[in-house]
Design a protein around this ligand. Structure first.
Ligand SMILES: [Zn+2]
Length: 298
């Protein structure tokens, strides 16, 4: 969620979130089996989550969530080990943002094939030239364009690219039999978009990608962050989020020529959503993004 750039603010936010989790009395990590499935699990470490699927032939894991905290990765692997002694065969990145995908080396060391969207690999190659921290990111062995099916031990997992949204490399991971999707950061459950929605070409592209997700066949969504009390999402959540974006877009459009950017960021309110996560913190940034769109078409 925290994007590609390492900033003091992002680090502060990360620290703050960790403290908030500790103060809420929640244990630092947890693994739960998803009701109604034989082999699908959601691993949470502080405020990040990753799905893994256990099959007789090995494990399909997602996002290492180990940025600045290698202990998250060792915990993740020991949680898997409690369920199976089979190795992780695949490690799939949800998108290119380091808070979700850093720390994959222990997976790679046990032979996992690392898979990401093709744009993610381009980001990593570029970042490698300018950022030593990329040492903690394992390069993908294989890349996906628009779609790919992973099959292992009787489980099929579909990887689907639905266009640019919160990143230009987001893969929706769909388990067709279970009608589940693992989807990270671009449809927060009862929560706002991150800051000014960086890393897309337009907020309209983000809306379009949510429409594509709504058109897929699924019932429940496993998210990359435990918003709304950590529950799973539904199609109604995706629809509600799309409506939030469309309502915000309409409000910004009305005042774009007179108030964008600064006055709009201060004055626009959407009271209907004030109970949503990060409302006060991110509403101005979400407004800023639509201001760029409605004044300059980017
Ligand atoms: Zn992200």
């Amino acid at each position: 969620m925290w994007g590609k750039l390492i900033t003091a603010t992002a680090l502060t936010l990360l620290a703050f979130t960790s403290v908030a989790v500790a103060q809420s009395g929640q244990p630092p990590f947890a693994t739960r089996k998803i009701d109604g499935t034989d082999n699908v699990y959601l691993f949470r470490y502080q405020s990040h989550q990753a799905m893994f699927v256990v099959t007789p032939m090995g494990v399909i894991a997602t996002d290492p969530i180990g940025r600045f905290r290698p202990e998250a990765v060792t915990t993740y692997l020991s949680e898997i080990k409690k369920i199976t002694d089979k190795p992780v065969k695949y490690l799939i990145y949800s998108h290119a943002h380091f808070d979700h995908i850093a720390g994959g080396k222990p997976f790679k060391d046990q032979g996992a094939i690392v898979i990401a969207h093709e744009n993610a690999k381009k980001h990593f190659e570029l970042a490698k030239k300018q950022n030593a921290l990329l040492d903690s990111v394992v390069m993908p062995d294989q890349v996906v364009g628009n779609q790919r099916m992973i099959s292992l031990g009787g489980t099929n997992l579909e990887l689907i690219y639905v266009g640019r949204n919160h990143s230009d490399s987001s893969l929706v991971m769909r388990l067709p039999k279970e009608k589940l999707i693992f989807l990270v950061d671009f449809i927060p459950i009862e929560a706002l978009q991150y800051r000014d929605m960086p890393d897309n070409a337009s907020p309209i592209e983000l809306e379009d990608s949510i429409k594509k997700v709504l058109a897929l066949d699924w019932d429940r969504m496993l998210p990359g962050h435990p918003n709304a009390g950590g529950r799973l999402g539904t199609k109604k959540d995706a629809q509600d989020h799309l409506e939030f974006l469309q309502e915000l877009s309409a409000e910004v459009k009305k005042v774009a020529s007179t108030k964008c950017i600064d006055a709009a960021m201060k004055e626009i309110r959407l009271p209907k959503y004030e109970k949503w996560g990060n409302y006060e913190q991110y509403l101005p940034g979400n407004i800023e993004r639509y201001c760029y769109w409605w004044t300059q078409a980017y």
